[in-house]
Design a protein around this ligand. Structure first.
Ligand code: PLP
Length: 371
């Protein structure tokens, strides 16, 4: 049986979400229909909207369902009515690839956005702008100072979007307190099904619909709603909210794992170790141990981890996140990401670190072992 430590790629579906999906599959109606069957579907849709809103302390009417985090990012970057987008260099490709005119905000060695550089960029050109800075990074878990970004952006009249796909369900999020205009969520990162997400939009904010058709989602996103997926998202949001405290346990397991890795190899690097990070994520490297072969060896041993972001082609490429942090290629190509989640146990982490140490030992000269 595989030990699954790749929760930032996707999470196993929570039993509550599975049950909600199955129950919704039995509904007959279209949520736009006025008859009883339609009203039943509509009720499930609106209950889920409430549940998702509550996960990030937003209002129900601020949630627009989409077919995933990628679509929500596309909707805001293309539909916010801005002529300029400034995004951190460590955003997910679901932000960086949406437009070809994005200005990249540099980051420091820990991957934290450079606020001084952002201010300079905002000073140049006074066109309607959107600043997009993620709440937590998918590869390193690093948390961004989004509230500081908002304070800065407001001084220059810019809108702010945060991709909270990785942060949701792992840390407490308060949409109102963050004060961003837009926030992206994805169901499959919190124990819900893939292919469902949401864009949370501050009350009164306008967005141009990018998928034209019917008037669903108050004209913001056309297409008959995916009621089973959305119901699963809602149930996952409730479970994720209730499970937030469990992430303190995961932080302990993660820290223990990193300690053992460093004790085994003197030159083991733990990225962004000293800054605010998600409690579940660890990006580690031992120079000279190529992640591609290490991942394959660990897979054969029964452990699922990854090399940063999961690439759709299944190929491991150099991480643009580590590159933006100034990490040398020799180290970034040695980096693996371990991401714990709601199914993870201390025993699994223990088994993993033993296997990792044994595989890395086969690949580095004995002189580099820690005493
Ligand atoms: N944003 C971040 C930070 C992600 O990690 C991901 C998925 O890996 C996405 C967006 C895309 O979300 P989805 O897979 O729901 O399209």
């Amino acid at each position: 049986m595989t030990v699954y430590l790749d929760h930032n790629a996707t999470t196993p579906v929570r039993p509550e979400a599975r049950a909600a999906v199955m129950a919704a599959l039995d509904l007959e109606g279209n949520a736009s229909s006025v008859h009883q069957a339609g009203r039943n579907a509509k009720r499930v849709l609106e209950d889920a909207r409430d549940q998702v809103a509550r996960l990030v302390r937003a209002k129900s009417g601020e949630v627009t369902f989409t077919a995933g985090g990628t679509e929500a990012n596309n909707l805001v970057l293309k539909g916010a009515g801005v002529s300029r987008v400034l995004a951190s260099a460590v955003e997910h490709s679901a932000v960086l690839k949406v437009r070809d005119d994005i200005d990249l905000i540099p980051v420091d060695g820990n991957g934290i956005v450079d606020l001084g550089a952002l201010e300079q960029m905002l000073q140049q050109g006074d066109v309607p702008s959107l600043v997009s800075v993620m709440l937590a990074n998918n590869e390193t878990g690093v948390l961004q100072p989004v509230k500081d970004v908002v304070a800065l952006a407001r001084r220059y009249g810019a809108l702010v979007h945060t991709d909270a796909v990785q942060a949701a369900g792992k840390i407490d999020i308060d949409f109102k307190d963050l004060d961003v205009d837009f926030l992206t969520l994805s169901a499959h990162k919190i124990g819900g099904p893939a292919g469902v997400g949401a864009l949370v939009m501050k009350d009164g904010t306008d967005i141009q619909c990018q998928i034209a058709g019917g008037g669903q989602e108050r004209g913001r996103r056309a297409g008959t709603e995916n009621i089973p997926g959305i119901a699963g998202f809602g149930a996952a949001a409730v479970a994720a909210r209730a499970g937030l405290e469990d992430f303190a346990r995961l932080a302990q397991i993660r820290d223990g794992l990193e300690k053992k890795a460093r004790a085994a190899f003197a030159d083991c690097v733990v990225f962004a170790e000293g800054v605010n990070r998600l409690p579940n994520t660890s990006a580690i490297a031992v120079a000279g141990v190529a992640n591609e072969t290490l991942l394959m060896a660990l897979d054969l041993d029964g452990f699922a981890v990854s090399a940063g972001s999961a690439c759709s082609s299944g190929k491991v490429s150099v991480s643009h996140v580590l590159e933006a942090m100034g990490v040398a290629k020799s180290l970034s190509t040695a980096t693996i990401r371990i991401s714990l989640g709601w199914t993870s146990t201390a025993d699994e982490a223990e088994e993993f670190i033993k296997a990792w140490i044994s595989q890395v030992r086969k690949k580095v000269p004995a002189s580099e072992f820690a005493a």
